[in-house]
Design a protein around this ligand. Structure first.
Ligand code: NDP
Ligand code: BG6
Length: 502
């Protein structure tokens, strides 16, 4: 059955990962690994990193000789760290033994983010714990960006493994707050690390449906032939959240939805959707194409930007101009896409949580089925074809098409869907979450799903002028109510670009 097939397939993939990671180095040469969580006392570590490491360990996909070291300033024990994380770990009844084993592989060290001696101490403790000075080392910086520079410098200075051990540095966004600060941080990192060693996380690249875009586009002739301005009328990339700024109003006030979601997550999706076919599936070939298409994006016109703010967050300062909702319409000046609007829309505090891509095709030429009411008045009877890739919730790909209404005489047409809803088609298959995939990618040295510095630079180049205009208060911030569907002006702007809502 389908179910059996797909479950086996996933098992097969895990098995491949297992052998790739464990047999190559660890069991043959007894190579050890140390995974450092810097900022172990924090929110990201508690909610995402520790649970993810636990699930990967439980599923047997991590190297055999591994230890985990948490590091931050707070005086804590590893038991306290695990207590804080416990409710996110979802430990099952029959998993207690293996959980105990995982716990034993973990330790915690407290120290500053700016003193050499603390990182020397971290280094010697790590050597002791892993019984090797040349263990491979992975550092996850789960820290606020104000300490990135000093921490990355001290790690490079004091915590590098002896050869042949390698070092990989995982960094979370924000990568700067504008082009200048992002470039400055990139230059800082480049002095200390090779690009090879740096893994910039954009967790949307770890989502199943985002990873699927590449396969969908380049393994189906039916799509590859129409993936251009001749057939596509417009593309929408939509992010909606029900939650507001999580009570982080003052933090969010310096960031806003454009920096928080559009500059990274939506721009990444756009680049994969619009890029040319990469030469191969290697990280460098794919990222080369992503950068190339970003370079073709024309400067955004102010009239193609709509920003809004929901009105009832008490944490947001009164005079704040930070958008919690934004729509940006972009144009890609190349042969494939010239004239096709790419609409990037993101909002917090809306009516639902949803992330999706909607690719709307042009009208069928010839209008054979349209009903002529009078000479200049034709009633549209055909809806446009639309390919929808739903990233979350409930992963799905569906193609909206026109068919003959079953059983009816004549040409009675209705819109229906060719529907690939994952819950139905792949029942029983557990999709790993984004962090599971991405952390595993780092172990394997796969760069496909991480952001390269030139991609980052391009994304900032595109967004930066808009942020400057918002700061200069050149754009009117449209208020909206918590729980709204969106902002009317944004939908109107999409319609103006030729998008048809059916
Ligand atoms: P936290 O605010 O929880 O900070 C992590 C740790 O850093 C804290 O436990 C604290 O540890 C230390 N810290 C906090 N503030 C400061 C400060 N001003 N100076 C020095 N150290 C400080 O951050 P998160 O865990 O939420 O996020 C970590 C990184 O991940 C950030 O860059 C964030 O933008 C990014 N991120 C977070 C997400 C999340 O869901 N939380 C999602 C996506 C990205 P101690 O005092 O013990 O040293
Ligand atoms: C983060 C943003 O990058 O993505 C958050 O900083 C947002 O503001 C989150 O809530 C959304 O992620 P997901 O995976 O829940 O869609």
């Amino acid at each position: 059955t389908t179910k059996k097939f797909t479950v086996e397939k996933i098992d097969y993939i895990y098995e491949r990962l297992r052998t790739q990671i464990t047999s190559n180095e660890s069991s043959i040469t007894s190579q050890s690994y140390v995974f450092f969580i810097i900022g172990a006392s924090g929110d990201l570590a508690k909610r995402k990193i520790y649970p993810t490491l636990w699930w990967l360990y439980r599923d047997g996909v991590l190297p055999k000789n591994i230890s985990f070291i948490g590091y931050s300033r707070s005086q804590l024990t590893i038991e306290q760290i695990f207590e804080n994380s416990h409710k996110y770990m979802k430990i099952q009844e029959d998993e207690h033994d293996i959980y105990e084993k995982f716990l034993k592989l973990n330790s915690y060290i407290s120290g500053s983010y700016d003193k050499s001696e603390d990182f020397e101490n971290l280094n010697s403790k790590a050597n002791k714990i892993s019984h090797q000075v040349n263990a491979h080392r992975l550092f996850y910086l789960a820290l606020p960006p104000n300490v990135y520079e000093s921490v990355s410098e001290l790690i490079s200075k004091h915590c590098r493994p002896a050869s042949p051990g390698w070092l990989r540095l995982i960094i979370e966004k924000p990568f700067g707050k504008d082009l200048e600060s992002s470039n400055k941080f990139s230059q800082h990192l480049n002095k200390l690390y090779t690009e090879e060693e740096i893994y910039r996380i954009d967790h949307y690249l770890g989502k199943e449906m985002v990873q699927n875009i590449l396969v969908l586009r380049f393994s189906n002739r039916i799509f590859s032939r129409v993936w251009n301005r001749d057939s596509i009328a417009g593309v929408q990339i939509i992010f909606k959240e029900k939650i507001g700024t999580h009570g982080h109003g003052s933090y969010f006030d310096e960031v806003g939805i454009i920096r928080d979601v559009i500059q990274n997550h939506l721009m990444q999706i756009l680049s994969i959707l619009a890029m040319e076919k990469p030469r191969s599936t290697t990280g460098e070939d794919i990222r080369d194409e992503k950068v190339k298409v970003l370079r073709c994006i024309a400067p955004i016109k102010l009239e193609n930007v709509i920003v809004g703010q929901y009105i009832d967050d008490k944490n947001v300062p009164k005079d704040s101009t930070t958008p919690t909702y934004a729509q940006i319409i972009l144009f890609i000046k190349n042969e494939r896409w010239d004239g096709v609007p790419f609409i990037l829309r993101a909002g917090k505090a809306l009516n639902e949580r949803k992330a999706e891509i909607r690719i709307q095709f042009r009208d069928v030429p010839g209008r054979m089925f349209d009903e002529e009411l009078s000479e200049n008045n034709v009633e549209r009877t055909l809806a446009r074809d639309e390919l929808v890739i739903r990233i979350q919730p409930d992963e799905a790909i569906y193609l909206k098409i026109n068919t003959k209404r079953p059983g009816e005489m004549n040409f009675s047409i209705e819109e229906t869907e060719l529907d690939l809803t994952y819950n139905e088609r792949y029942q029983g298959v557990k999709l790993p979450n984004a962090y599971e995939r991405l952390i595993l990618d780092v172990f394997m040295g796969s760069k496909i799903n991480f952001v390269r510095s030139d991609e980052l630079q391009e994304a900032w180049r595109i967004i930066d002028p808009i942020l400057a205009e918002i700061e200069k208060k050149k754009l009117q911030i449209i208020p909206y109510k918590f729980g709204a569907i969106g902002i009317r002006e944004a939908f109107d702007a999409a319609v103006k670009q030729g998008f048809i809502y059916t």
